[in-house]
Ligand binder design. Sequence first.
Ligand SMILES: Nc1ncnc2c1ncn2[C@@H]1O[C@H](COP(=O)(O)OP(=O)(O)OP(=O)(O)O)[C@@H](O)[C@H]1O
Length: 367
Amino acid sequence: MSFDPSHSHDLRDIVNPLLAEFSHPTLRKNLVELGAIRHAVLLDQVLHIELTLPFAWPQGSQALQAWASPLLCEATGATAVDWHLDYAIATLQRVKKLPGCRGVKNIIAVSSGKGGVGKSSTALNVALALATPGVKVGVLDADIYGPSIPQMLGTAEQRPSSPDGKHMAPILSYGLATNSIGYLVTDDNAMIWRGPMASKALLQLLNETLWPDLDYLVVDMPPGTGDIQLTLAQNIPVTGAVVVTTPQDVALLDARKGVVMFNKVDVPVLGIVENMSIHICQHCGHQEAIFGEAGAQTLSDDYGVPVLGKVPLHRRLREDLDAGIPTVVRDPEGEFSDIYREIAENIATQLYWQGEIIPEDIAIRTL
Ligand SMILES: Nc1ncnc2c1ncn2[C@@H]1O[C@H](COP(=O)(O)OP(=O)(O)OP(=O)(O)O)[C@@H](O)[C@H]1O
């Protein structure tokens, strides 16, 4: 019998083995083993391929298309490949098998051992990078000591409405559903909250926000490893945590405490983001490791957690946040956005591979 690529069986025999050959640092199983290939059909010499992924994969999918398109054309006689990528994001087991927050599949806690290392900037740009078309993302700013997300989104003057007098509608910004402790209290007020009060308020903020269906909720945690952080890490139904640090020794010592804290309460540490990794001069592009080198790698080696990415120190990143237009929104094709997309993809895939998938109905909890 002769081969006929317009025949779906014959076509699958070409497409599946070829796509199974695609390797990428974020894949621990190939695309066939992952069950990602939904459909392939050759119409008018155009090969249409449908893929469904269980994790946000903004850069891997680009790499796949660049690698596979010419090979598929050659193997099938198609003149072009039309890729349809969609997502059915998996819900992963949460810390202590806690029931989920209504509407939210996966919660990612972004923390730092100490303040000022760029935790909020990282949390926000990573959330925006996770929100690739087809993936729904929210941000909860739980940083009681300096709730900066509203400023960074340019929404500081807004206040969440309450359609039923009990719950809050999140503020929608750049495609993210967001809420912040900053909308509800003044800075002076929040700073003097004691541990139990602060943890209770933050848990309420999480549970009383009317989140739309979200694949990922990124929680910008208060910096440090004290009682508030410990209580939150134990009581928020977190799927995994990310620790942000600078390469500086002192921040790394604090970052160590962060990793240890999450280990103690059995929250999987997905990895470390090194922020302000090298300084890039905005005039001449000269690069300098002003906070030292290889710090995050040492931490990673010591605790067996990956470095998810390194963000340089660059004036532009701060200016964009000050202007309320984060870099991933202002310059989506730029090199910094690529870095944040890589980090987002590493987080999403790490979350998937380390976790146990749970059926979706368990994720629904009524308030
Ligand atoms: N990679 C970077 N390049 C340039 N500026 C940065 C970078 N990362 C953060 N910043 C700037 O540093 C300041 C502190 O960042 P950010 O608020 O994200 O830190 P934080 O760790 O969340 O602080 P806090 O603990 O006070 O909440 C902000 O002005 C931010 O714009």
